[in-house]
Design a binder for this molecule. Sequence first.
Ligand SMILES: Cc1cc2nc3c(=O)[nH]c(=O)nc-3n(C[C@H](O)[C@H](O)[C@H](O)COP(=O)(O)OP(=O)(O)OC[C@H]3O[C@@H](n4cnc5c(N)ncnc54)[C@H](O)[C@@H]3O)c2cc1C
Length: 466
Amino acid sequence: MSAYDLVVIGTGPGGYVCAIRAAQLGLKTAVVEKRKTLGGTCLNIGCIPSKALLHASELYEEAGHGFEAMGIKVGKPKLDLAAMMAFKDEGVDGNVKGVEFLMKKNKIDVHVGTGRIAAPGKVEVTGEAGTTTLETKAIVVATGSEVAPLKGVAIDETRIVSSTGALALPKVPKKLLVVGAGVIGLELGSVWRRLGAEVEVVEFLDRIVPGIDLDVARQFQRILQKQGFAFRLSTKVTGIDKSGARLKATVEPAAGGEPVVIDCDVALIAIGRVPYTDGLGLDAVGVALDPRGRVITDAHFATNVPGIYAIGDVIAGPMLAHKAEDEGVAVAEILAGKAGHVNYGVIPGVVYTTPELATVGRTEEDLKAAGIAYNVGKFPFTANGRAKVNRTTDGFVKVLADAKTDRVLGVHILGPDAGNMIAEAALAMEFGASSEDIARTCHAHPTLTEAVKEAALAVEKRALHM
Ligand SMILES: Cc1cc2nc3c(=O)[nH]c(=O)nc-3n(C[C@H](O)[C@H](O)[C@H](O)COP(=O)(O)OP(=O)(O)OC[C@H]3O[C@@H](n4cnc5c(N)ncnc54)[C@H](O)[C@@H]3O)c2cc1C
């Protein structure tokens, strides 16, 4: 008889949430984690520490530039970077301890060590005390992702850093070069710019934040430039020389051409993340991967080997914590005989810069490519009373609705607190709402959310405050 109904390998947001849901449904569950603390990339070196630094650095900048206009005189704020890092570490610690508590509360066994699938139904765990074998009916692989390497550039996590090193720099670099204008590069670039670094971003594509609605991305770039970000688009980094006191990065046009050398103190390599399956033994048991190294799963998260499932960053789809969580819940429900499901059309994505950028659903580019006729409603924060009084008027809300049915197909918010506001749009889309449904919903005044209602009204060209 199997000791467990389910063994989950990896305790990121995918793995630990899957384990909790399985335990709630009565499955005897264990997790395996090779890191010393639970919570995966997200809690230890991802979402949580980056948001702690974004929060602290935003307040630091606000204290230096925004307080006086509101009649608050505090003098020039002084940065104590070590204390700011301690604040971040404390936040991480509180969160990882929270996951430990949840494992205990739900009677989930935690096995510390590296998990390897010896065979379907058998997970070998190698930890400090040696190797043990867990017998189980089902295995969920939730081993996440790691930093994508840049060819010819070795990350040392001191001067040439990944996001992990960029979350723990001991001093503010005079100049930070960010390679990659995606979410992580722009968030961590924002942290260090606010703390005093000159930030230049090099991006291979001719635009920033690939995948985001282009109109929104262009406006976002203009706002970031106003804040002091410099961008070199359609440019690739071909090497970084670290022999001197400063780094020398060689860049050239993406299409080929004359190289240029950029001096900097720290280079952040943020060109993406790749699935992590090292040491899992997937080859030996015959679990199939796609050409990008992602575990191939069907609609029920099952791999090609019976009894082995996979979720989160290690499979296809957006590499986001909440996507991993929802997959964790769905696969646990499926294993317990219920109808678990994830609606991939309604997964919000947020860039936690100032202003924030939050999106859900389809972009204009998507809709054009699919030949779907749509109407656009846009409303700027300059016309929203709360944003005006708070002096946070950068950005707008954009609602895309089906031209025939008025069903909301996508919502894009560039503006203050966009990450919280996108929840309304996600809920509306999950319920199949029309733009008229949002427009007829009473929104409290004065709130930023009125901009969402106004953008929905604007779909039929009847915004009230514009
Ligand atoms: C700097 C940064 C900021 C981010 N910010 C956000 C954000 O704001 N919002 C958001 O939604 N997403 C964010 N992400 C992405 C998010 O962290 C990931 O999408 C999420 O962590 C994926 O969850 P997961 O459970 O699939 O895997 P992970 O969180 O990567 O967890 C996998 C776990 O598996 C363990 N593991 C791997 N192999 C084994 C093995 N063989 N045996 C035992 N254990 C193993 C690893 O140690 C790890 O703990 C950010 C990422 C980074 C790097």
